[in-house]
Each structure stands twice: as structure tokens, then as C-alpha cells.
Design a protein around this ligand. Structure first.
Ligand code: TXE
Length: 483
């Protein structure tokens, strides 16, 4: 099969990497290469910077109405090419086509639509300073932004950065994950067809060590928005420190899913199956630590195991598939190593734990894994503390509200949490105590783009969403006018 060759996108042109090197990108469901990605290096980032900084001088002065018009057009073109994007995302990432169709691609379009509207409707502050005059605040675009995105929700998370960045009048150099560059590459044509001026968005494909690090260490790129692993986040903080860059970091999570005995049992169970295994567990918001109040523990565990066993793992392009393939061989091995560790730490595999034996033909070499539930571990075990980022959850019985708050918060992470209870007072009390950027009560992954989103502790720095995105992608200043 012919491999798709991806090229960098600089100044609205597709260009080969300066050093001419490419590497393979894999179809995770087959375990074979399906494309070639530029192995970009610092000179490519320098070229992109030249284009983006030139474009900034005019784009930053373009009216909000004009920027908004182009963003709406980009959203419309993503919708018009939805099927193409859906198939590509599923093939490149391994996710079920149904998920790409219901979540990833519609949300990518919505990211543009949301910020197209947002910039038109935001109002700045003004205040009279008695005896002096009055003050007003004004937002300025910052310059060329570095946007670095991960492989789990490739187009969804990349567009979550591009849309507010350019809506605010900045220009961008994007570095999508080397594991999943295909839909970012397809987006380049959409941007051009929508009439986005040359140089406003540039894509430099390649590895984190070369292309990513060159962006972070570029002395004239003043802001970096990054989503990815916590260890990488720490490197980005260190590498960008000499330049005092503005950073937004959305990092890992080890999110608690707290189920009280007074919950709506069926709703809690059905949603917990989703929050455990959606996108093969490769969502930073997945609830991988399930804490169940003891009176319903056995019943909930049995229901969860029964539900997990019914989930269909296999061909991502089949419409009824629930779990596709993990993103890469390396990641599959990492997740498997945590299952082994769980057993060594004294856990019991209630279901799953291996590659499904039923896979035939081309799928035999894919990176599939059965949904896995591990019981019998204590909160101090590594499997209950470290982010696994696969279809693996632990389940644990708790006795009191105080205990579950304590074990939830006893974590290096603080991204999200779900609480299941029909007692409204308890819901507010527990939600108020949990150390996480987002707490859902009786739901999971309900995102309102107007609300702040981000992590506490090692789950990240800063907030994005609504006004918070504008805060990150602009410099806010106060102007004082004397009478
Ligand atoms: O992330 P990386 P990976 C977590 C999850 C996963 C782990 C590693 O636990 O197992 O992170 O995943 C670029 N300077 N999440 O390997 O390495 C890299 O090329 C600049 C959580 O994909 O952090 C890619 O574009 N950039 C998560 C991006 O950073 C660098 C989503 C993310 O890669 C770089 C995905 C460097 N030194 C994984 N090193 C979430 N929170 O949503 C790498 N990159």
C-alpha cells in the first residue's frame, strides 16, 4: 500500500523538511506504517517563525469581524469534509470511527465556531477614577505562539489551541504529535481554502525532541500552549524558563470516579463504563480510579465487569466497535506493563488484561487491549497513583465521605473528578473539597467551552476556556486617561 507523505505547511505552502528526513507513522489497528512524517528540525521552525512573524504584522491588525468570518468559514469547511476527517482520525489514531464522528471532528469545528463568536462578544473593563479621569483595559495580541498537541484527541485538541490563538490576532506554529499528524495535515488545506492569510497558521511536523523543543527554545516565540504528558510539561517549563514565556500546560490525570451508595445506580454504571474505556482510556479526563461506597461495591463491580465484557474491541472502522487500538506499540507495552505491575502489587484482574484472542487477519498485529478492571489494590499502590492512559481502571471500596475525599486528594494530579450521589448537599460538600480543575456531579466529560478548564498540581498550569483563553492568548493592559 502506498504511504501518504505529509509535508510541513509554511506560509500557506506545503514544503519539505529542510534536512529532507522523514519517519514512518503507523496504523495502530494493523501495526503497519501508513504514512511518512517530516522529521523537522530547528531550521524548519526558523522558517515557520519567519512566515508567522511577517503575518503577525497584518493579522494582528485585522478586525475582529474579519477574523471571526474566517473562523466560521474554517468550521464550515471542516463540517463539509467531516467524513474524510473522521476516517483519517480513526485510521491514524486507532479510535472507533463512531467516536471520531460523534466527538473529535464535530468538536474541532465547534472550537472555531465558539471562538469566532467569543471575540465578537467580549467586553473589556472601564472604571472612573474620581478626580483623575478613567481607566479602561485593552487586550493586545502577543505574537507568534507555539502550539504543541498530543495524540489522543489529535484534531480536537489542536484546534482547541489554534482557534483562540488566531481569533485573538496571534499567529501560530503548530507541532502536532508525531504519532497522529494526519488530520493536522488535512486541516492545512482547509485553512487555505477558508482564506486564512499566508503565515497565520504554520505546521511543523516531527518529534518532540527536535521540532517541539526548537519551538520551546525559540527566543522570539513568547507563548507556548501544550497538552501532553506531565514529564514533558516539566521539561517545557525548564526549557522555556530563560525566555520568560507565557505557558499554558494541560497535563496528565489520575482522576477519581466516586460512587456513593445513594446514586442513580444505572446511570452511574453506564457512564462509568464510558469514563473508564472511552477512546481506549486514552483521554486525560478518564476516571481511572473508581471508588465505590461499600454497601453497593459488589453489585457495582459485577455490573461493571459484565458491561466491560460486552464492549466490542476491534476494527476501528466498524460502526459498532467500542474500543479500537491503542495509539502505538510503545504505548501498548507501557499499558501492559502496568497490568503486570498491578498483579505484582497484589491486584486481581476482574476482566481483560490481554489482547483479545478473537482478532483475525490484518488486526492480529494491531495494538488492541481488552477493557481491564483491577480490584484488590490499595491507594498507595503505583497502579492506583500513576497515569496509565489506557483501558485499565482500578476499583476500591470506601466507607466514609472523609475517607474518599482524603484518598482522592492524595494524588500528584488534580485534573478532574466525577461524583455520583442523589444527595445534593453531599454533592456540593464533596465537590467543594476535591482538588481538581473540573468536578462533575452525576455526569462525565460534559464540557462547556465558556467555563475554565485546566488542572491543579501536576495536571497543569493555567486555565483555558471562555475568557480564560482570551487571558492566555492576549496581553491585558490598563490605560488611564486623565481628565
Ligand atoms: O506525550 P508527550 P506522549 C500523557 C499520557 C501518555 C504520556 C505520554 O500519560 O502516556 O502523556 O504521551 C511533544 N519539547 N498524555 O508521548 O511526549 C510531542 O512531540 C517540546 C496526556 O504523546 O508529552 C507531542 O507533540 N515538545 C495527555 C506532545 O509534546 C515535546 C495527552 C505530547 O507528547 C517535547 C497525551 C519536548 N521536550 C498524553 N517532548 C493529556 N493530558 O491530554 C515531546 N513533545
Amino acid at each position: 500500500m502506498a504511504l501518504t507523505t505529509i509535508d510541513n505547511f509554511i506560509n500557506n505552502e506545503f514544503v519539505k523538511p529542510t534536512e529532507g528526513a522523514y519517519f514512518d507513522t503507523f496504523n495502530p489497528a494493523h501495526g503497519v506504517p501508513h504514512g511518512q512524517i517530516p522529521d523537522s528540525t530547528k531550521p524548519d521552525v526558523d522558517l515557520a517563525y519567519k512566515a508567522a512573524s511577517t503575518a503577525f504584522t497584518t493579522w494582528s491588525k485585522t478586525t475582529k469581524a474579519e477574523r471571526s468570518r474566517i473562523l466560521y468559514k474554517i468550521a464550515d469547511l471542516i463540517d463539509a469534509r467531516q467524513d474524510e476527517f473522521v476516517r483519517a482520525e480513526s485510521k491514524d489514531q486507532g479510535k472507533p470511527i463512531s467516536l471520531a464522528k460523534s466527538v473529535d471532528i464535530p468538536r474541532a469545528a465547534y472550537n472555531f465556531r465558539f471562538f469566532a463568536g467569543k471575540i465578537l462578544h467580549s467586553v473589556e473593563e472601564a472604571a472612573e477614577l474620581e478626580g483623575v479621569g478613567f481607566n479602561y483595559s485593552q487586550r493586545m495580541p502577543i505574537g507568534v505562539a507555539g502550539l504543541i498537541s498530543p495524540w489522543n484527541l489529535p484534531l480536537y485538541l489542536l484546534t482547541w489551541k489554534i482557534a483562540p490563538c488566531i481569533a485573538c490576532g496571534n499567529t501560530a506554529i503548530c507541532k502536532p504529535s508525531e504519532f497522529t499528524s494526519l488530520t493536522a495535515y488535512m486541516l492545512c488545506s482547509v485553512l487555505k481554502d477558508a482564506g486564512l492569510p499566508a503565515g497565520v497558521v504554520n505546521m511543523v511536523f516531527g518529534t518532540g525532541m527536535k521540532a517541539g523543543q526548537a519551538l520551546v527554545e525559540h527566543p522570539r516565540i513568547p507563548l507556548i500552549s501544550f497538552t501532553g504528558g506531565t514529564v514533558t510539561g516539566a521539561k517545557i517549563i525548564a526549557n522555556s524558563a530563560p525566555y520568560f514565556k507565557k505557558l499554558s500546560l494541560e497535563l496528565g490525570g489520575k482522576n477519581a470516579n466516586i460512587v456513593f451508595a445513594d446514586c442513580d445506580f444505572e446511570k452511574a454504571l453506564t457512564t462509568s463504563l464510558r469514563s473508564s474505556f472511552a477512546n481506549q482510556g486514552e483521554i486525560c479526563l478518564c476516571g481511572s480510579r473508581i471508588f465505590v461506597e461499600r454497601p453497593i461495591y459488589e453489585k457495582f463491580l459485577n455490573g461493571l465487569v459484565e458491561g466491560a465484557k460486552k464492549l466490542k474491541v476491534g476494527d476501528p472502522s466498524a460502526p459498532d466497535t467500542n474500543l479500537g487500538a491503542l495509539v502505538s506499540k510503545e504505548h501498548w507495552e507501557k499499558v501492559m506493563s502496568y497490568i503486570d505491575l498491578g498483579v505484582k502489587e497484589g491486584g486481581k484482574i476482574e476482566c481483560g488484561g490481554q489482547k483479545p484472542v478473537s482478532l483475525q487477519g490484518e488486526f492480529q498485529n494491531g495494538y488492541f487491549l481488552e477493557p481491564t478492571i483491577i480490584s484488590g489494590l490499595t491507594p498507595s499502590c503505583r497502579v492506583m497513583r500513576e497515569e496509565i492512559f489506557g483501558p485499565v481502571v482500578t476499583i476500591y471500596a470506601f466507607d466514609t465521605e472523609e475517607e474518599v475525599i482524603q484518598i482522592t486528594n492524595d494524588s500528584e494530579y488534580g485534573l478532574s473528578c466525577s461524583i455520583w450521589t442523589e444527595n445534593g448537599r453531599r454533592a456540593r460538600r464533596v465537590a467543594g473539597e476535591i482538588q481538581a480543575g473540573t468536578v462533575w456531579v452525576n455526569t462525565w466529560m460534559a464540557r462547556d467551552l465558556r467555563m475554565p478548564f485546566g488542572g491543579m498540581k501536576k495536571s497543569g498550569l493555567g486555565r483555558e476556556g471562555g475568557e480564560h483563553s482570551l487571558d492566555f492568548y492576549t496581553e491585558l493592559k490598563t490605560i488611564c486617561l486623565a481628565d
